[in-house]
Design a binder for this molecule. Structure first.
Ligand code: PAF
Length: 286
């Protein structure tokens, strides 16, 4: 597996691959690779001749007071994990490679950036789509791979490629979970043992919401109450939001008439966790 650090090198390498008719796949990451990333890379390796994994902690998507400085960085471990999972090339640029000064152009996300994660993290999704636009342009992937754990990000990335008519297929991969169903995340490394023991409360809350939905609860407020009832049992958890939304546009619902996406974010021991689950009313529940 190759490690490239400059934009010119990665552009030359991927242009050559496309010239040979090879399918280029991109797995964009901020490093701290875990089993969830490995499954994205493995899926890309099944579908693409050249699998590029980008490792870049993107400052534009962190707000003031967020964890940009302390975000886990370990390129050696990332290289090993990426190679084991089937990557052909890791692109680990310095900031000047993706954002050569002056930085005049950023990409702005519309109203989807103002709800849920965006309401708590203003500017976050603009940062995400700005770096992805630059990465997509450099790497020229035919396919790009994203985890469903960051569900709002996935919806926004689909908008990005559709609205800008980028010739990229966005492939979504299911969330990987620990034994207690905590979603795999690079930020789980911040959890101390007490916070780690409490962290599965987010999944349990979403699962309670999914069960209520599947049992035929049509009132979204009642589903929300079922989720909050679980988190209230865990004094270490402070909820940012637990919502019932439509799966396509993430509109917060009042009434459930079909499939929904339940999304949640909470803080435990100073660590912010997000997760989501799909649910649909069971047709026999009416
Ligand atoms: O999901 C992430 O790790 C990041 O938001 C991404 C897509 C790599 C952009 O920096």
């Amino acid at each position: 597996m190759e490690l490239l650090k400059t934009a010119n090198e990665v552009a030359a390498r991927t242009t050559a691959a496309r010239g040979r008719g090879e399918t280029v796949g991109l797995v964009p990451t901020m490093g701290a690779l875990h089993a969830g990333h490995a499954s994205l890379i493995a899926t890309a390796a099944e579908q693409c001749a050249l699998v590029v994994v980008s490792v870049f902690v993107n400052p534009l998507q962190f707000g003031p007071g967020e964890d940009f400085e302390r975000y886990p960085r370990n390129l050696e471990a990332d290289l090993q994990r990426a190679a084991e999972a089937g990557a052909d090339l890791v692109f680990a640029p310095g900031i000047e490679q993706l954002y050569p000064p002056p930085v005049n152009i950023t990409v702005h996300v519309g109203e989807l950036a103002d709800v849920l994660e965006g309401a708590v993290r203003p500017g976050h999704f603009d940062g995400v789509v700005t770096v992805l636009t630059r990465l997509f342009n450099l790497v020229g992937p035919a396919r790009a791979y994203f985890g469903e754990k960051d569900y709002q990000q996935l919806v926004i990335v689909r908008d990005l490629v559709r609205e800008l008519r980028l010739p990229i297929v966005i492939v979504n991969c299911p969330t990987l979970r620990e034994e207690d169903n905590l979603a795999r995340s690079s930020r789980n490394a911040y959890l101390d043992p007490t916070a780690r023991a409490a962290a599965s409360v987010l999944y349990r809350a979403l699962a309670a919401g999914a069960a209520a939905t599947e049992q035929g609860t049509r009132d979204a407020a009642a589903v929300r109450r079922a989720m909050y009832a679980v988190t209230e049992m865990e004094p270490a958890a402070t909820v940012d939001y637990l919502e019932v939304t439509d799966p396509e546009r993430l509109i917060v619902l009042e009434r459930i008439d079909g499939p929904v996406r339940l999304l949640g974010a909470l803080r435990i021991g100073g660590v912010r966790l997000i997760d989501n689950l799909a649910a649909a009313p069971n047709p026999t529940a009416d």
